[in-house]
Design a protein around this ligand. Structure first.
Ligand code: NDP
Length: 487
């Protein structure tokens, strides 16, 4: 499908309410994963630009109109931004699909509404962040204030470039902070556009800044900068660990949403049709480039052969297709490097003794693109690398289990703890297993559901802290205790 719409504008930095070039004048090129062709040049932020953005954000936080605005006015501005995102839904979805390679169906029907949902939901919280009056001593009037942290640095990945803007910026802004956001170098375009829409919505200059650039340069400078009070990060466990260490020098608060290798557990008493669909959605949605992907499918032995047979048949029917085609359900992986990493894991899995029952190959569309087939590896042992490491692509590892104990043991026998799925008709078993799983989110007879009101985050090597829901507001605010002597 040819893209005949308006050309994409070159990407800029957004600092202090203005679209600007990098101080160094440097740019990088963002690519279309479906065609392997350059999309557009984008300004590349360096340490000097980080410093400019921090000065702008600090000024906006300390003396600009943002802290003086009534919460109801902040609420209106954030709500307007949610409306503008919906009004520009087609444009944003197209940008996201061209930059990331994901199907336009996902960008338009899932990502755009989710970002808008974040701004609408958190807008409402701007007027509801309250302290408490605490009975301490009759000689005192004692109360707490809930206050913003100051300048929040958000560092986001390439798998959900637009959704992550909503997850990070919406609660941070609702709590009264100013934000500097660094999108992933591979996918900077929608964050820049949303920052422009934020200005249109009435967010004052300096309140929401966007710095496209390299993680090792702009990201690193944000984490080191003493003018940044908090880093909220989503990405790999390795970079998360590095950020936490670096942030210690300036005692920054950190929230880390890291990798996952989430178990999706199918018991023999499940509705197997529903579970097959859930297993597919758990791994092939977002091309499997999803931190919470149900990438370890645990299937009870008594239904294993039948279940895997049905799954493999369906997986073979999902063909990679042009992401701009509304019927496409499997897009291109974000980069050549990611595609090679994913294909490398398929090879590793088969060498380790797994059986390839669907996909496993690169499959260009119209002769081009970093597309990988929907892939299922069966006969995986929980100790294999394809069971323990995050592949981050459309590759499902199927592992057998014998009973509830075996399922829970295998599910938890991993460094990660982000999400999990449970498929069963037995209500007691569903709840009991959900309690025993080491995961930040458990879906029962469902997978990959998200909402701005529902907290999301991990445990173990999947990080700590929560995005979304009322929980996330605590990540972006702090409590001050006030004692007033009244005698
Ligand atoms: P990274 O963790 O490297 O990237 C995430 C973000 O961190 C990007 O904005 C990146 O910038 C930035 N970053 C990188 N290095 C630093 C640094 N030293 N200081 C501050 N910020 C930094 O993920 P990758 O893109 O390299 O993906 C590698 C693997 O990570 C994937 O295959 C997948 O397994 C996992 N991953 C997990 C995600 C999740 O949602 N949990 C999301 C993305 C990846 P830049 O893009 O410029 O490098």
């Amino acid at each position: 499908m040819t893209d005949t719409l308006t050309p994409i504008r070159p990407g800029t930095l957004i600092i202090n309410g203005e679209a600007v070039d990098a101080a160094s004048g440097r740019t990088f090129t963002t690519m279309n994963p479906a065609t392997e062709e350059p999309l557009v040049a984008v300004a590349e932020a360096g340490a000097e630009d980080v410093d400019r953005a921090v000065k702008a954000a600090r000024a906006a936080f300390e003396s600009g109109p943002w802290p003086k605005m009534k919460p109801a006015e902040r609420q209106k501005a954030l709500f307007r931004l949610g409306d503008l995102i919906l009004a520009h839904g087609d444009e944003l979805a197209r940008l996201e699909t061209l930059d990331n390679g994901k199907p336009i169906f996902e960008s338009r029907q899932i990502d755009v509404p989710m970002v808008a949902n974040c701004f609408h939901y958190f807008a409402g919280w701007a007027t509801k962040l309250a302290g408490e009056t605490l009975p301490v001593n009759p000689a005192f009037f004692t109360y707490t204030l809930r206050e913003p942290l100051g300048v929040v640095g958000a560092i986001i990945p390439w798998n959900f470039p637009m959704i992550m803007v909503g997850w990070k910026a919406a609660p941070a802004l609702a709590a009264g902070n100013c934000v500097i956001l660094k999108p992933a170098e591979l996918t900077p375009l929608t964050a820049i556009r949303i920052a422009e829409l934020a200005l249109e919505a009435g967010l004052p200059a300096g309140v929401f800044n966007v710095l496209p650039g390299k993680g090792s340069v702009a990201g690193e400078a944000m984490v080191r900068h003493p003018g940044v009070d908090k880093i909220t990060f989503t990405g790999s466990t390795e970079v998360g660990r590095h950020i936490m260490k670096t942030a210690a020098d300036t005692l920054k608060k950190v929230t880390l949403e890291l990798g996952g290798k989430s178990p999706n557990i199918v018991f023999a008493d499940a509705d197997l049709d529903q579970a097959v669909r859930g297993a597919m959605n758990g791994i092939f949605y977002g091309k499997g480039e999803v931190c919470a992907a149900g990438s370890r499918l645990l299937v009870e032995s008594s239904v294993h052969d039948e279940f895997v047979g049905r799954l493999a048949e369906r997986a073979q029917k999902i063909q990679p297709a042009d992401p701009l085609d509304p019927k496409s359900r499997l897009g291109a992986l974000v980069s050549q490097a990611q595609m090679e990493k994913v294909l490398g894991y398929v090879e590793t899995g088969t060498k380790e003794g797994a059986t390839l029952v669907a996909g496993g190959r690169r499959q260009p569309v119209n002769g081009k693109g970093w597309f990988v087939q929907a892939t299922v590896l069966d006969r995986v042992e929980n100790t294999m690398r394809v069971a323990q490491e995050e592949i981050f692509g459309p590759v499902l590892s199927v592992i057998r289990f014998d009973d509830v104990e075996d399922a829970v043991r295998k599910a938890n026998d991993i460094v990660y703890g982000l999400a999990a799925g449970v498929w069963t008709r037995d209500v007691k078993k569903a709840h009991a297993v959900a309690r025993r799983l080491q995961a930040g989110t458990v879906w029962i007879n469902a997978y990959n559901f998200y909402d701005a009101a529902m907290p999301f985050g991990g445990t173990k090597a999947s990080g700590f802290g929560r995005d979304l829901g009322p929980e996330s507001l605590r990540e972006y605010s702090q409590v001050k205790s006030v004692w007033v002597s009244i005698e």
